[in-house]
Design a protein around this ligand. Structure first.
Ligand code: SF4
Length: 79
C-alpha cells in the first residue's frame, strides 16, 4: 500500500504530538482533526494493514484500532 495519501493528511498541518498521546492522555483533539481529514479512509486502511501499535490513525485511538486489527485478522483467517 502506498503512502501518497500522506501529502493530504491534516495531521501534517497540526501538532504531531496530538497524534501520539501519552498512555492515559486524551486523543480527543486528534480524533476531531481526523474526522475532517479527507484521507481518513486511506490512513485507517494503512494503519490496519501495517498493524500500527501507537498513536491515533484514521480517527481511532489505540484501543479501537487494536480491536479493528484483530477483527480484520479474524475475518482474513476465517475466509
Ligand atoms: S485521518 Fe487523522 S491520522 Fe490519518 S492522516 Fe488524517 S489527520 Fe492524520
Amino acid at each position: 500500500m502506498g503512502t501518497a495519501w500522506r501529502d493530504d493528511a491534516l495531521c501534517q498541518q497540526t501538532d504531531p504530538e496530538l497524534f501520539m498521546p501519552e498512555v492515559g492522555g486524551s486523543a480527543s483533539d486528534a480524533k476531531r482533526t481526523c474526522m475532517a481529514c479527507e484521507v481518513r479512509r486511506q490512513c485507517l486502511d494503512y494503519a490496519v494493514a501495517a498493524g500500527e501499535q501507537r498513536g491515533v490513525w484514521g480517527g481511532l485511538g489505540q484501543p479501537e484500532l487494536r480491536r479493528l486489527i484483530r477483527a480484520r485478522r479474524a475475518e482474513t483467517t476465517s475466509a
